[in-house]
Design a protein around this ligand. Structure first.
Ligand SMILES: *[C@@H]1O[C@H](CO)[C@@H](O)[C@H](O)[C@H]1NC(C)=O
Ligand SMILES: *[C@@H]1O[C@H](CO)[C@@H](O)[C@H](O)[C@H]1NC(C)=O
Ligand SMILES: *[C@@H]1O[C@H](CO)[C@@H](O)[C@H](O)[C@H]1NC(C)=O
Ligand SMILES: *[C@@H]1O[C@H](CO)[C@@H](O)[C@H](O)[C@H]1NC(C)=O
Ligand SMILES: *[C@@H]1O[C@H](CO)[C@@H](O)[C@H](O)[C@H]1NC(C)=O
Ligand SMILES: *[C@@H]1O[C@H](CO)[C@@H](O)[C@H](O)[C@H]1NC(C)=O
Ligand SMILES: *[C@@H]1O[C@H](CO)[C@@H](O)[C@H](O)[C@H]1NC(C)=O
Length: 180
């Protein structure tokens, strides 16, 4: 299915011109991001303490895989600043969401100051209603995929640049929910 292509078309009509009209405050604060797909119904997105990449798994506290949950501050697509900021549950900042083009398009988190110096895409994530989308300067896109890892039930969150679909992987829709 070409869900992401369809979304790109639908979202384009919203008009990027509206993106600068409204207030700066985050649309959702301390939100949980979850992935919806074939093998992940509402599974939270967790942070890999070993590599700084994002993973989809039922238990974001999975200590075997060295994962920890994150809370997110996210703008709406009508907001000004499209930097998606993550915080650990102890309140320490983890950094911002980042597509690592030099790392097979894995989606990770990097401190803002470091992210500015590496080769990838640091900004551009915001919420369309509750769905996380990416602004590539031309289109709004939602091309998140769950990529299988060596551990069953743990998938790496990645971005796709074309329609190739390796076996064992599946597209996911990423949605935010505010906890409290
Ligand atoms: C993860 O563990 C922390 C600390 O033990 C706990 O407060 C939190 O509720 C857990 N989160 C989930 C989603 O299980
Ligand atoms: C994320 O953090 C940056 C740097 O502090 C800030 O400019 C931006 O507004 C934050 N994004 C959101 C959605 O709060
Ligand atoms: C908060 O949690 C993160 C991830 O577990 C850890 O790296 C960081 O050192 C912690 N910060 C504090 C102040 O304990
Ligand atoms: C978000 O969570 C942090 C850490 O738990 C807390 O310090 C902060 O007040 C919360 N912010 C909001 C707007 O609830
Ligand atoms: C940086 O990214 C561009 C576009 O993806 C790529 O062509 C280039 O090789 C990358 N450079 C490095 C040093 O990774
Ligand atoms: C945005 O995505 C479209 C469709 O994939 C592509 O044609 C365009 O070059 C991209 N623009 C940027 C700035 O990456
Ligand atoms: C989904 O999970 C089932 C059962 O664990 C597994 O057999 C199947 O290979 C998984 N499919 C994908 C696309 O990961």
């Amino acid at each position: 299915m070409h869900l992401h292509a369809l979304l790109s078309l639908l979202l384009l009509q919203v008009g990027l011109g509206a993106a600068h009209l409204h207030a700066k405050r985050a649309a959702e604060t301390n939100a949980t991001l979850s992935a919806y797909g074939t093998n992940s119904t509402n599974w939270p997105i967790a942070y890999g303490l070993d590599d700084g990449l994002l993973y989809i798994t039922e238990d974001p506290n999975d200590s075997d895989f060295n994962l920890t949950p994150l809370l997110w501050n996210l703008a709406s697509i009508t907001g000004e600043n499209w930097i998606a900021n993550a915080t650990f549950s102890n309140g320490t900042s983890a950094g911002c969401m980042y597509i690592m083009s030099e790392h097979d398009y894995a989606v990770g988190v990097l401190p803002l100051t470091r992210a500015a110096y590496v080769n990838g895409t640091v900004s551009g994530f915001a919420l369309f209603a509750s769905q996380l989308v990416f602004n590539n300067n031309t289109l709004l896109q939602a091309q998140f995929w769950a990529k299988s890892t060596s551990s069953s039930g743990v998938y790496g969150l990645t971005w796709t640049v074309d329609d190739s679909t390796p076996s064992g992987d599946f597209p996911v829709v990423v949605k935010a929910t505010e906890d409290s």
